[in-house]
Design a binder for this molecule. Structure first.
Ligand code: BMA
Length: 847
């Protein structure tokens, strides 16, 4: 059965687009209609036809039928590799709708197929696909029969198909993250992380991963409207709506644009030419309300309706647009060149993280999960996410959430850490892919920047591949020329055509972290910490112009990993736990940094808390150092926001959306007003940092107290920080400040009202903490609940376990000081049966 949306005039279109088209009797009742081919699909398994879900991938269908165990559990990854090596057939039987025979065109549209498919209808081949990031459209009218049409999609194994291409290639193209025997991933336009990554399992999925529909239409089809803001002032926004219209014959038409209140902004009569063309309609919005990034103002969205009316009927589109300007400012200065985003004319420090796909099995990611994730980013005071180039171009739910929540998107094209073919066929395919994706995304106000790839330029210049892979001088030159064709010609060429107003940045980062230039121009991925084993202090020395990646691993929540590891395997050395860490030296590096900073875990369970605290400390230091160096540095995006399965990784939010300590620390370190300490030899400096629109004009108090909470020294001064400024507010000489006090027994606090920063003079493992005896009270009234925590001695890294749903961003893994109770306003209604809270702190882990 096909899901059949009634196709009578207006109704279908209204259902699908939310538009409310004119009902005028002047037009016949049918003009354009669409039918989702969502149910009734089957797939073949061992000679049997079983129910399939579309959109979907075969792993999910097999799982639903109980034919395979959970791919994420234990070591199942290894035993399920056969799925990716097999051919899978999907089919659908459907009847022809009587209305279709009256239409000139009946087309089947696949929004996305993963990846190599042969598609037939009633035994006749419609076409082949080979790029999961493209949509495909086939005319089926001549092949339709009244009943029992058979649509078949044969999905060929991506690895084998890639291998054929690899074997024909004269060049050894590198793809170090691809864990296959042969590195075929670069020959196939499929999510690179499906082939394995240093945080992802290897599951080569196959499926019809996006919706399929039939579009029946006559005369004209309006496929897209692009809204281009040509001029934006306080009193007026001048906008061009550029409609792409396919017309079967020359005809008269009217394009009408309406605003949210259905008032006509402009109606323009045009003559449609046969073929596919664009038509411009200029209009204006007076007294425009601007769209602002999170923290700077409202995210006003205008819902615009565009109606194309022809003699045969009309078609309507609804789009949300936001009015804003975004510029990437790169101005040479004495030290190099700036790298800064200016939004609506204001310089904005970008605060955020890199986002990866929320699941290996993409079609099961519900929009709610994406919205929750983006909401968590917003709550953590972020204003930018970078969609990293080894994943996918996300679904619209992601961009719509970013539009609503003020999260700017740095969008990589999907190329990462590898070298790709550059033959004409490959480039033509990429060009189609990019064109489709750019058209799909360019109206989103959140979209700030297109970036060609992740780390390929860096790889070329710094990763020693030429030698390691023995590329001859000639091959090297060819591979680099190929790189330039793809990232300096093909992609910018598409953008010049389709989205010329948005900045393009060929590769992130511009210079590798081994090069001093990475700190003076462009963006930077600083991996000296972690990959380079350098201490966390280096984050405070290696300040780039824009930090687009830096990161450190930790364990996910124990409950998350525990869901996928059997109890008998609950130890670091078990093969199941080892399988949920994909970095070859991951555990070793966590231990190395733990030894420097924190007590070593006594039991496996200790790793969860300690590694998270470690990660939060490291990345928190980096964030604050970047912000202190504003405006030299104008962005800090840590690696990585989230996970695609339950794994030990660099993420701040795990696969089941459990926030790690880093999430809370990031929320505090990204706060619009921040106090932060830096150490410079024997001098401690206290800095005040503000975002645009926030100021400080108050009394700063510095207090030294011992770990039991007794004040040893204090000093106050009036301070002020302007909007969007980073400023040194006070300094102290460490030797003079400490006097006779032992550094492991004291802490220095800076406080302005609710803002605090604390400086610890020794690594956490050396602190002489005593039992903090943490107490709490919950004050519930009808609408809200306040949680208040108190302690007897200084408590470091206080962890309230198991109630993440209730704790606002920033309100976990905090420090607590005697005499200064902490009040937390719970963000959701507290369940009546919530009895005692489990609260721990670093003291519980010290030997
Ligand atoms: C960065 C990313 C990823 C990788 C991460 C951790 O460079 O671009 O390629 O997963 O490092 O190694």
């Amino acid at each position: 059965m096909i899901k059949h949306f009634s196709c009578f005039y207006g109704i279908v279109i209204y259902l699908l687009t939310g538009c409310n088209p004119d009902i005028s009797d002047a037009y016949p009742k049918e003009s354009w209609s669409t039918y989702v081919l969502g149910s009734g699909w089957q797939f073949r398994y061992n000679g049997r036809w079983l129910k399939a879900e579309i959109p979907g991938v075969v792993h999910l269908d097999l799982l639903r039928h109980g034919l395979i165990p959970d791919p994420f559990a234990g070591n199942n990854e290894a035993i399920l590799q056969w799925i990716g090596d097999s051919t899978w057939i999907y089919r659908l039987n459907f009847d022809t709708d009587t209305v279709w025979q009256y239409h000139d065109r009946v087309e089947v549209v696949f929004e996305g197929i993963d990846t190599y498919a042969l598609i037939t209808l009633n035994g006749t081949q419609l076409g082949k696909t080979g790029n999961m990031f493209r949509s495909y459209r086939f005319d089926i009218k001549p092949l339709l029969r009244p009943h029992n049409n058979l649509l078949e999609v044969a999905l060929l194994p991506a690895y084998t198909e890639g291998l054929k291409r690899l074997q024909k290639s004269r060049y050894t193209l590198v793809a170090d993250n691809d864990r296959g025997q042969f590195k075929t991933s670069v020959f196939t336009r499929k999510a690179p992380f499906h082939y394995g990554w240093d945080w992802a399992p290897r599951f080569i999925t196959a499926g019809i991963w996006k919706p399929v529909r039939i579009e029946a239409w006559s005369e004209t089809r309006m496929s897209q409207i692009q809204f281009i803001t040509t001029r934006l002032t306080a009193s007026r926004a001048q906008i061009t709506a550029r409609a792409t219209i396919e017309s079967l014959r020359e005809s008269k038409a009217t394009i009408t644009i309406r605003d949210d209140s259905r008032s006509v902004l402009r109606a323009k009569k045009i003559i449609l030419k046969p073929g596919k063309h664009t038509y411009d309609v200029d209009f204006a919005i007076t007294q425009p309300k601007l769209w602002w990034p999170n923290g700077m103002g409202e995210q006003h969205l205008y819902t615009l309706e565009t109606t194309l009316a022809v003699s045969g009927g009309s078609q309507c589109h609804s789009d949300n647009i936001g009015l804003r300007t975004v510029e990437l400012v790169q101005e040479p200065d004495a030290l190099g060149s700036s790298f800064m985003f200016r939004v609506n004319g204001m310089p904005v420090f970008m605060k955020g993280a890199n986002i990866i796909p929320s699941d290996v099995f993409l079609p099961r990611v519900e929009p709610e999960k994406v919205e929750k994730l983006v909401g968590m980013a917003r709550d953590a005071n972020m204003n930018m996410l970078r969609v990293w180039g080894g994943g996918i171009y996300p679904d619209k739910a992601f961009y719509e959430a970013c539009d609503r929540m003020g999260i700017l998107v740095w969008q990589d094209f999907i190329f990462a850490c590898s070298f790709y073919p550059w033959d004409d066929d490959f480039l033509a395919d990429v060009s189609e892919e990019a064109t489709g994706q750019v058209r799909r995304l360019r109206n989103h106000p959140s979209l700030a920047l297109w970036c060609g790839n992740n780390e390929i330029s860096e790889a070329w210049h710094h990763w020693g591949y030429q030698k390691a892979y023995g590329w001859s001088a000639e091959d090297s030159a060819a591979i680099w020329q190929g790189y330039l064709r793809l990232f300096e010609h093909t992609l910018p060429g598409v953008l010049m055509q389709e989205d010329p107003g948005r900045p393009y940045w060929p590769s992130s980062p511009k210079h590798g972290w081994g090069s001093p230039l990475s700190l003076t121009r462009g963006d930077s991925h600083y991996w000296g910490v972690w990959w380079g084993e350098e201490p966390f202090e280096m984050y405070e020395k290696k300040i780039p112009r824009f930090a687009s990646e830096y990161g450190f691993q930790s364990f996910p929540a124990a409950t998350t990993l525990g869901t996928y590891v059997t109890p008998s395997e609950w130890k670091l050395t078990s093969s199941q736990v080892q399988n949920h860490q994909k970095h070859p030296r991951g555990f070793e590096l966590i231990d190395l940094y733990l030894e420097r900073q924190l007590p070593m875990p006594r039991r496996f369970d200790d790793y969860f808390y300690l590694s998270q605290v470690l990660q939060a400390e490291g990345i928190g230091r980096a964030i604050e150092a970047h912000r202190r160096h504003m405006p030299y540095c104008m962005g800090s995006l840590y690696w990585q926001l989230n996970d695609c399965w339950p794994v030990v990784s660099w993420s701040s939010i795990d696969y089941l959306l459990q926030p790690k300590a880093l999430y809370h620390r990031a929320a505090r370190s990204f706060a619009p007003r921040l106090l932060s300490f830096s150490k410079d030899g024997d001098t401690l400096r206290c800095h005040g940092i503000t975002d645009q629109g926030y100021t400080v004009n108050d009394t700063l108090t510095l207090t030294l107290f011992d770990l039991r909470g007794y004040m040893l020294w204090s000093r106050s001064a009036r301070v002020s920080v302007k909007s969007g400024e980073s400023k040194e507010l006070a300094w102290v000489h460490i030797g003079q400040l400490l006097g006779q006090s032992k550094p492991e027994q004291v802490v220095l606090e800076a406080r302005i009202g609710d803002l605090t920063a604390r400086y610890w003079f020794v690594p956490d493992k050396a602190l002489q903490l005593s039992d903090p005896a943490i107490r709490y009270e919950m004050d519930r009234n009808e609408n809200v609940t306040w949680l208040t925590l108190r302690c007897e001695a200084v408590a470091r890294h206080v962890w309230i376990e198991g109630i993440d749903e209730l704790l606002p961003a920033g309100s976990n893994f905090f420090d607590l000081v005697p005499g200064k109770p902490l009040h937390i306003l719970m963000k959701n209604p507290v369940p009546a049966d919530l009895q005692s809270l489990k609260i721990r702190s670093l003291h519980d882990y010290l030997r």
